[in-house]
Design a protein around this ligand. Structure first.
Ligand code: SF4
Length: 287
């Protein structure tokens, strides 16, 4: 939401920078952002039924997005809309274009959302839990579609998900967030196979594994996520971290490289031995 300025308001606390094409989108005015949204950066929301207009045919909704940012006739926009519906794998795009959202299946609606996202060939597509509402077979189809579109259109995809299986399947780089901040960042393999932050270790340790030992109960991260706007002075994860000690509570650890790999960053003050102990204790057994 912050990347495209959808959560601005008197109660929002947004810090840092979002640099796109030399501009900082956090400080850009609404007029500038309207030019970026849907054109350079598009968003696919998780609930397609809520995001689509129930009173408008889906073909017209795709065409409207095209006409918002391009000077083309209604006829040209409708033609391109049908083409896009075909590109995202809808079998009969002519017929689908004339349907209202409630007349399509969940998987088809999500494909329509992706077609709207791609309408102006954006440089970045933010997909927010795009497969949460879908069953596993359709989920796999939508993920394959996103990967195909990424390679065909050259679009960078920022995929937001709680599902570590999805991360393992589609991500090249991973940023793990806790309490609104990135706490670990690196390549998929580095983060999944060599996690450095106890929160990431806890997440991975709580995933059921078909190749792991049989356990009566899966380990879980103790405590609850932070709520509200108040944050502890130091590491936000300290109230739930079994390895918290003095330095963790004095200042928020910076996101820096502490472990040997160049592009693998984390926000934890533990030294190498402490991290090995944490991995052992949290039963992180990625393979
Ligand atoms: S900085 Fe301290 S509290 Fe935070 S994750 Fe690392 S060990 Fe735990």
């Amino acid at each position: 939401m912050s990347l495209v300025g959808l959560n601005r308001g008197p109660r929002a606390h947004i810090g840092g920078e979002v640099r796109f094409g030399g501009r900082d989108l956090v400080t850009a005015d609404e007029k500038d952002l309207r030019g970026v949204r849907g054109k350079d950066i598009a968003v696919v929301f998780q609930d397609a039924l809520a995001a689509l207009n129930p009173t408008q045919k889906v073909g017209d909704q795709v065409a409207e997005m095209i006409r918002t940012h391009r000077k083309v006739s209604t006829k040209q926009a409708r033609q391109r809309a049908r083409q896009l519906l075909g590109e995202v794998g809808i079998a009969n795009p002519e017929q689908a274009a004339r349907a209202y959202p409630h007349q399509l299946s969940g998987g088809m609606r999500q494909r329509v959302m992706i077609a709207i996202g791609l309408a102006n060939d954006p440089a970045v597509l933010i997909a927010d839990e795009p497969t949460t509402a879908l069953d596993v077979t359709i989920q796999a189809q939508v993920l394959r579609l996103l990967k195909r579109l990424q390679s065909e259109h050259g679009t960078a995809i920022v995929l937001i998900t709680h599902d570590l299986g999805v991360v393992a399947e589609v991500a090249d780089r991973v940023a793990v967030m806790y309490a609104g901040r990135i706490i670990e960042q690196g390549t998929r393999d580095e983060v999944l196979f060599r996690p450095q932050h106890p929160y990431t270790m806890g997440l991975l340790g709580s995933v059921p594994r078909v190749d792991g030992p049989a356990v009566a109960r899966l380990p879980a991260i103790t405590g609850s996520p932070l709520t509200g706007v108040t944050r502890p002075a130091g590491c936000a994860f300290a109230p739930r971290c079994a390895f918290a000690h003095g330095p963790c509570r004095s200042a928020m650890p910076e996101l820096v490289r502490r472990y040997g790999v160049e592009a693998h960053l984390d926000r934890c003050v533990l030294d190498a031995a402490g991290r090995d102990r944490a991995r052992g204790a949290l039963e992180v057994t990625a393979s």
